[in-house]
Design a protein around this ligand. Structure first.
Ligand SMILES: Cc1cc2nc3c(=O)[nH]c(=O)nc-3n(C[C@H](O)[C@H](O)[C@H](O)COP(=O)(O)OP(=O)(O)OC[C@H]3O[C@@H](n4cnc5c(N)ncnc54)[C@H](O)[C@@H]3O)c2cc1C
Length: 293
């Protein structure tokens, strides 16, 4: 299929993008890497009259160190560039874990960090990773900038809190805790496919080996990434071993509502996510221990 006709704009600055979005409202769509939007156009599932191609807005293509030990990633930064960035994956190892699971290298070469977050696919890895690490998403319109905690950014399947005239400009990820290990585990039918279920874990250990803090975010357990706060609290203060990880995993999925479709029903997906939480917790704890010994 070919896309329906559209008017193409190729601005070179954020200000120009914001003017175009203000002018065209919900008739316009931002085009970043095109890895999700172009298939939607070709299948005619989206019919924007105007495309605002941001690929010449070079100020959005950057990875920088933040003073607090974290990193800031411009929306147009290619997923492959983040994966290859020593700064990004050292300061936030969960990004490296997550990006290796995103589609195939060819798609990561074009797909952008901001595009994946703005697209808000519940089966995508980067939204889960930014929710697990308490990142902040910055969006701009001609009216100013809003900084939104990642946990409040996703509303539903392919829907975020962004308004039609807003552009996602960057994602800020804070420093991970000391003596910390991360892991991203998922199950997909074939390597590179969207996963049926998954989990991200960030675990920090005390010097006696017990858990100082844990963050757990679930992929495919609902229509947005879910933080499993009760399961996180349940492991804090205890060693993370087979028994505590299994218990936390059961708790993490208890009240979740995964979708049912031809690839798996809700009960099956819940069991997949549970298994991934258990694996991710154990792997993250093992890495935290290895880092601190
Ligand atoms: C075969 C295949 C397999 C894939 N598998 C996976 C997978 O396993 N995991 C995964 O996470 N992803 C997967 N993807 C999607 C891929 O990661 C995309 O790159 C990503 O979802 C969208 O990024 P993009 O830069 O290509 O955005 P685009 O396709 O250009 O845009 C996607 C949406 O986000 C909006 N948008 C983009 N940038 C901005 C911005 N800065 N501000 C506001 N709105 C914006 C667009 O208007 C559009 O609605 C797959 C894609 C393909 C084709």
């Amino acid at each position: 299929m070919k896309p329906p006709p559209f008017e193409l704009h190729r601005p070179t600055s954020v200000e120009e993008v914001l003017s175009l979005l203000a002018e065209h409202g919900d008739d316009a769509k931002v085009l970043a890497g095109g890895q999700s939007l172009i298939p939607l156009l070709n299948f005619r599932l989206a019919r924007p009259e105007v495309l605002v191609d941001i690929n010449r807005v070079t100020e959005l293509d950057r990875i920088s160190a933040s003073p607090d030990g974290g990193i800031s990633i411009g929306a147009l930064t290619r997923q492959a560039a983040v994966e290859a960035s020593e700064l990004a994956v050292t300061r936030n190892p969960l990004l490296g874990d997550a990006l290796r699971l995103v589609a195939h290298p060819q798609i990561r070469n074009r797909g952008t960090f901001g595009g994946s977050v703005a697209h808000a696919d519940p089966a995508a890895e980067l939204p889960v990773a930014i929710v697990a690490t308490d990142a902040t998403v910055s969006v701009r319109s001609r009216g100013g900038e809003r900084r939104i905690p990642a946990g409040e950014f996703f509303v539903s399947h392919l829907t975020t809190v962004m308004a039609d005239d807003e552009l996602l400009v960057s994602v800020d990820l804070p420093a991970v805790p000391e003596r910390c290990g991360t892991a991203f585990e998922e199950f997909a039918r074939r390597s590179g496919d969207y996963a049926l279920g998954g989990a991200a874990a960030v675990v920090a250990l005390r010097s006696d080996g017990s858990c100082a803090s844990a963050a757990l975010a679930l992929l495919g357990a609902g229509d947005v990434p879910i933080r499993a706060r009760e399961a996180e609290s349940a492991v804090v203060g205890r060693p993370i071993d087979a028994a505590s990880a299994a218990e936390a995993a059961r708790q993490a999925v208890r009240d979740t509502s995964p979708i049912s479709n031809m690839h798996g029903d809700a009960d099956y997906r819940r069991r997949v996510v549970e298994a991934m939480v258990e694996r991710a917790l154990l792997k993250a704890a093992g890495r935290a221990e290895a880092r601190s010994s």
